[in-house]
Design a protein around this ligand. Structure first.
Ligand code: FAD
Length: 476
């Protein structure tokens, strides 16, 4: 097969799952080809959803929005006099695009450094035989590659409402909503999930009138209910309009504005007119481009690639990771699975504990959690203790003026082992890292309460919550 390049491993998709898997496989001495079709302005743009239209651009815009709000609302309190601030959206977007490009180029550099062959095109299955899998790559030139092991990491796409295609101008997915050319006067959001809340909070800080419609009866039903209650209270106080238990009946774009007809929780017919509409009702695994039926790859009833605990598909030596398979659709989960699969291919043992994958919502305040919620423990009939500590009682939080929220810790009633940590408040997304470590090491609440934390720091709130588990909090 002269026209075929042969590798130990071919990875299809260079999102956080795929590119990380490729690097680890190469580090372990395997020859690796990684194929990804994302391209921007004629240049390869590896990094997937996360880098191009997800984690990185949303956090870049959130940083600008938070700074804008600080200047607008808080500077005066600090005695800093600022004339009415204004946002230059084009400049903000250029900054975001520069950060994305740095990340794309960083991944291309890492491919080179690790001697990974990177092909910027669409990869699809051609054949499978005893030698392995033959993969067609449609660009840059028609190429064929072959490998004994294949890692599928083609990620996910935004779910659309039936008969309401995204035009990314007025009817937006995350891609369009993170690339608007001006601040919309009104932004409607269907879906109060993580993406809807984060993007809504960006445009709201710049003055958009944001209204969120959600089908579920309450906010973030998968999070701990005391955090959800606090979040709802804070978001409503910030002026975010949210309606729950709604059914969307019809969406119409009249060329200038979008109308959303819906039935509210009491059965009343309502209509909402907005300049832009973000539809953020979840994401669906993306397998369409793989020509998976050629080799008989099995999908589950929801379209995810069916895998076992170790990310093995029904095909020998074909693995699938990240948003393409069951479990939380999060970049760090994809990365962990990528590393674990590469290690398994190289003959090492690896394990990803899906129950210990942390979640973060980068709103203000941030929300983060890891492990079990109180409801889950109740359902499982597990006896537990609760410790809660408010940021109002934390010196650092008062010093920076971010006193909303709390740290809540759940521990086993008998053994004191930490079972879950739920945070709403400043730097929750950073603090949760300490909770992940505690869970990974099987720490007890007492263990955390014996650690000397710097003062004044948000970390002290975590320690105080651990002390509160055993009714020994000092500052509350
Ligand atoms: P993806 O990142 O989707 O990458 C898949 C890649 O494969 C893409 O480049 C795609 O073009 C390519 N591809 C598809 N088919 C083919 C083919 N046949 N051939 C070649 N290439 C192909 N997660 C977090 O953990 N933290 C966050 O803060 C966060 N924020 C988010 C914000 C938004 C707005 C969105 C939309 C998502 C966010 N996520 C976040 C989720 C995160 O982006 C995903 O969980 C993550 O990107 C999944 O990684 P992946 O590698 O499975 O797939």
């Amino acid at each position: 097969r002269e026209d075929v390049q042969v590798f130990d491993v071919v990875v299809i998709g260079a999102g956080p799952g795929g590119y990380v898997a490729a690097i680890r496989a190469a580090q372990l001495g395997l020859s690796v080809c990684c194929i990804d079709d994302w391209m921007k302005e004629g240049k390869a743009a590896p990094g997937g959803t996360c880098t191009n239209v997800g984690c990185i651009p949303s956090k870049a815009l959130l940083a600008t929005a938070a700074l804008f709000e600080e200047i607008e609302l808080k500077a005066g309190e600090h005695g800093i006099e600022v004339d009415c601030p204004a946002i230059d959206v084009a400049k903000m977007m250029a900054r975001k695009d520069k950060i994305i490009r740095q990340t794309n180029d960083g991944i291309l550099y890492l491919f080179k450094k690790n001697k990974i062959t990177f092909l910027n095109g669409r990869g699809s299955f051609a054949t499978a035989d005893a030698d392995g899998y033959l993969i067609n790559v449609d660009a840059p030139a028609e190429t064929k590659v072959m490998a004994k092991s294949v890692i599928l990491a083609t990620g996910s796409k935004p779910r659309a409402l039936p008969n309401v295609p995204f035009d990314e101008d007025r009817i937006l997915s995350n891609s369009g909503a993170l690339a608007l050319k001006k601040v919309p006067t009104t932004l409607g959001i269907i879906g109060a999930g993580v993406i809807g809340l984060e993007i809504g909070s960006i445009w709201k800080k710049f003055g958009a009138d944001v209204k969120v419609l959600e089908a579920m009866p309450d906010l973030l039903t998968f999070a701990d209910s005391s955090v959800t209650k606090e979040a709802k209270k804070i978001f409503e106080k910030q002026g975010l309009s949210m309606e729950f238990g709604v059914r969307i009946d019809h969406i119409e774009d009249n060329g200038e504005r979008v109308s959303v007809s819906y039935t509210d929780k009491d059965g009343k017919k309502c209509e909402m007119w907005v300049e832009r509409l973000l539809i953020s009702i979840g994401r669906v695994p993306f397998t369409a481009s793989l020509d998976a039926p050629v080799v008989g790859l099995k999908l589950d009833e929801r379209g995810f690639v069916e895998v076992d605990k170790e990310c093995r598909t029904n095909l020998p030596n074909v693995w699938a990771i990240g948003d393409l398979v069951r479990g939380p659709m999060l970049a760090h989960k994809a990365e962990e699975e990528g590393v674990a699969v590469a290690e398994r291919i190289a003959g090492r043992k690896a394990f990803v504990h899906l129950e210990r994958v942390p979640s973060v919502i980068y709103t203000e305040p941030e929300i983060a959690w890891v492990g079990k919620t109180e409801d889950e423990l109740k359902k499982a009939g597990r006896e537990y203790k609760v410790g809660q500590f408010p940021f109002m009682a934390n010196g650092r939080a008062r010093a920076v003026g971010e006193t909303q929220g709390f740290v809540k810790m759940l521990a086993d009633a008998q053994t004191d082992e930490i079972l879950g940590v739920h945070i709403i408040g400043p730097q929750a997304g950073e603090l949760i890292g300490q909770a992940c470590e505690a869970l990974a090491f099987g720490a007890t609440a007492e263990d955390l309460s014996l650690i000397c934390e710097p003062h004044p720091s948000f970390s002290e709130a975590l320690k105080e919550a651990a002390l509160a588990v055993n009714k020994e909090a000092i500052n509350f």
